[in-house]
Design a protein around this ligand. Structure first.
Ligand SMILES: [Zn+2]
Length: 232
């Protein structure tokens, strides 16, 4: 077997390893992020924060409304008491009307806030239902992912062993060259030549180059992408 063929086999193992490792990383990432659950939990937190704000505003308005009511009853005591002249009474009456209008406005705001709080509570409870369902399906997905990670880990171990075994039989300097090239070329250091084209960069190779590649006796690199060429 020529060195190029062996390096090409090594690359096939490396590409398989890359793919297994990337699938495993994805599965592990999904296990960690609990994607859907995280989103719903965040939604609940946001709704709860909004609700608390509405409730706090409601409490403040309630206190203000109480103060205003006390003011009304105080003014009414004055109004219906044995107060002096009619002009004072008129002023008092105007103030009572004014404060009563404020009370009405507060009551309206309180009503709106109650409606908003109810809406908020409804949204939270529907999100909580959603969360319960999502937790159930997450448990299934989690089992699937754990199984997938286990299978991929086995595959990875097997491939890594084959890779080590093959690499051991090759010229170490060539393997190092191959490794460096593979890192700099996005995973493929050895490119097949098909119909006169380098499959690494799709550029056509000069005839002389092609003959050297086909002879299999030399290490020929692509003049355009720099990959080692292998007669496919
Ligand atoms: Zn090329």
């Amino acid at each position: 077997m020529t060195l190029m063929r062996q390096l090409f086999s090594l690359q096939e193992l490396d590409l398989a390893l890359d793919s297994v490792r990337s699938r495993k990383a994805h599965a592990e990432e999904e296990l960690e992020t609990r994607l859907t659950l995280g989103k719903i939990e965040q939604g609940i937190e946001e709704e709860q924060a909004k609700l608390e704000e509405v409730q706090a505003t409601h409490r403040n308005h309630q206190l203000e409304a109480e103060t205003l009511r006390e003011r009304v009853s105080h003014l009414e005591t004055q109004l219906f008491g044995d107060t002096a002249n009619p002009r004072d009474l008129e002023v008092l009456q105007l103030e009572v009307n004014n404060v009563r209008a404020q009370v009405d406005q507060k009551d309206l705001q309180l009503l709106e806030l109650s409606v908003r709080a109810d809406d908020g509570r409804r949204r939270i409870s529907s999100l909580q239902e959603e969360l319960t369902e999502a937790r159930e399906s997450w448990e299934l997905r989690q089992a699937e992912l754990l199984e997938e990670v286990a299978v991929l880990t086995d595959e990875e171990t097997g491939l890594a062993a084959q890779r080590a075994e093959l690499a051991q039989t090759l010229d170490q300097a060539e393997v190092m060259k191959y490794d460096t090239l593979r890192r700099s070329k996005g995973g493929t250091a050895v490119a097949k030549v098909e119909r006169g084209l380098c499959q690494g960069c799709r550029m056509s190779l000069p005839t002389q180059h092609l003959q050297r590649v086909r002879s299999g006796r030399y290490t020929v690199t692509c003049s355009s992408c720099g990959r080692m060429l292998f007669p496919g």
